[in-house]
Design a protein around this ligand. Structure first.
Ligand code: ADP
Ligand code: ASP
Ligand code: MG
Length: 403
């Protein structure tokens, strides 16, 4: 049985008109394949549900959050199925508990570990098109879980894995993965092929087009992903093994984030173990620390420590630091007007001078670098939020990504 998995994101199912359009795409594939559809909620619906939970409580129960925010997918899936039935196809909606899709881990951030195949296989065998709700699963207590915002990408990859699909196609509102967000920079270019490693960095560093976990799952299971537009019938981007790619660019793409916050502790007593005493309670409270700089103390007694976290964690982090009896510091500064800009490319491993070129390009635009972090295939810098567009434009030009 030749199976194809098609995933449609929020904008692709964002209106009745769009749902009619994607039903054409589904029908087209049905001629050659058994089709499994994964759908997101209509655009804006999940955000609305999240907003409602916040209106009830800042500490809205995680289990109820999952039951609430997964509801959007039920609507879009039944609308798609209804439209296909209207056009003479055999189709039905499937929610996670009806399959079931089993997840591990905490509410809000669960991960799919198993998909029971029997029900869907039987349905495919009788010629049906299952329209499966993305983003959701159930846990071993039979409670509804969700797998992180943008999670339908990961749902699609896991379906491709469990059903051994020939193709996994992510339909979205842009034509593929671009050198940088095409909605932020007009000269961004569509990338024909990109490695899992680079896509994972780009996604983790802010390229919303693919959810990071989905790329980890695809890489682990060697699943090729096509990303393309549900609006235009054009070739998209292939996400695949590094070995399959002939790429002569040093830098493949640029990503940026909008939701970082910078914390600085001034006048921290400088003694061994101090960084650990600051970061341990943060990690115990599930606060992820990203970029870190510690200044060399001029007098050998005190130092300043700067690090970044997600803005959503700011209040929790502030409370944790203030209540931490193990550390002494003079003052705590917070800056929410920061953005992390990253350049990503496997080519930088073998090319000297990339860091210098990046810093020089930013300096020429008078953009101040606040914090730096690097890995083998990326360099990230923290800058003032107001300079994001200017920085992306300068770096895009510097690394000839518009060529
Ligand atoms: P969907 O609803 O289909 O899942 P998303 O909104 O999650 O779509 O992702 C698509 C969006 O990702 C695009 O509209 C674009 O603004 C954004 N984006 C960010 N970085 C990139 C990039 N490098 N290439 C393509 N799109 C990007
Ligand atoms: N509807 C969910 C969200 O908005 C999942 C998804 O779109 O993939 O995050
Ligand atoms: Mg998405």
């Amino acid at each position: 049985m030749k199976i194809v998995v098609l995933k449609f994101g929020g904008t692709s199912v964002g209106s009745i008109k769009r749902i009619k359009k994607i039903s054409d795409i589904i029908k087209q594939y049905k001629k050659k394949y058994k089709v499994i559809v994964l759908s997101s909620a209509m655009s804006g619906v999940t955000n609305e549900l999240v907003k409602k939970s916040k209106q009830i409580s800042k500490n809205f129960s995680d289990a109820e959050y999952d039951a609430l925010v997964s509801a959007g997918e039920q609507m879009s899936c039944s609308l798609i199925a209804g439209q296909l039935i209207e056009r003479g196809q055999k189709a039905r909606s499937w929610l996670a508990w009806q399959i079931p899709i089993i997840t591990d881990g905490k509410h809000k951030f669960a991960r799919i570990n198993q998909i029971k195949k029997k029900n869907i296989l039987n349905y495919l065998k009788i010629g049906g098109i299952p329209i499966v709700a993305g983003f959701q699963g159930i846990n071993y207590q039979n409670r509804i879980t969700t797998i992180g915002r943008g999670g339908t990408d990961a749902s699609a990859i896991m379906f491709a894995k469990f059903f051994n699909a020939e193709k996994c196609i992510i339909y979205t509102d842009v034509e593929g993965v671009y050198t940088t967000d095409p909605n932020k920079l007009k000269s961004a270019k569509k990338i024909k092929e990109i490695s899992y490693e680079e896509m994972l960095e780009m996604a983790s560093l802010g390229a919303k087009v693919m959810q990071p976990h989905s790329i980890q799952d695809a890489r682990l299971n060697r699943i090729d992903i096509e990303v393309k537009s549900s609006f235009k019938n054009k070739s998209g981007t292939l996400i695949t093994k590094r070995k399959n790619i002939i790429n002569n660019k040093i830098i493949t793409g640029i990503s940026s984030t909008q939701n970082d916050a910078k914390i600085t502790l001034l006048g921290v007593k400088d003694k061994p173990g101090i960084a650990a005493s600051i970061f341990k309670p943060l990690s115990e409270n599930s606060i992820n620390v990203d970029m870190v700089v510690q200044n060399i103390s001029a007098n050998g007694k005190e130092t300043d420590l700067t690090f970044t976290i997600k803005s959503d964690d700011l209040n929790k982090a502030k409370k944790t630091i203030i209540e931490n009896k193990k550390i002494n510091f003079k003052s705590l500064l917070i800056d929410k007007n920061v953005s992390k800009i990253s350049i990503i490319g496997v080519g930088m491993v073998t090319t000297p001078g990339v860091t210098y070129k990046m810093f020089q390009a930013l300096a020429e635009k008078k953009i101040n670098i606040q914090v730096i972090s690097t890995s083998e295939i990326k360099i990230s810098v923290l800058i003032n939020k107001k300079n994001i567009r200017k920085a992306i434009k300068a770096l895009h030009k510097e690394f000839k990504l518009d060529k």
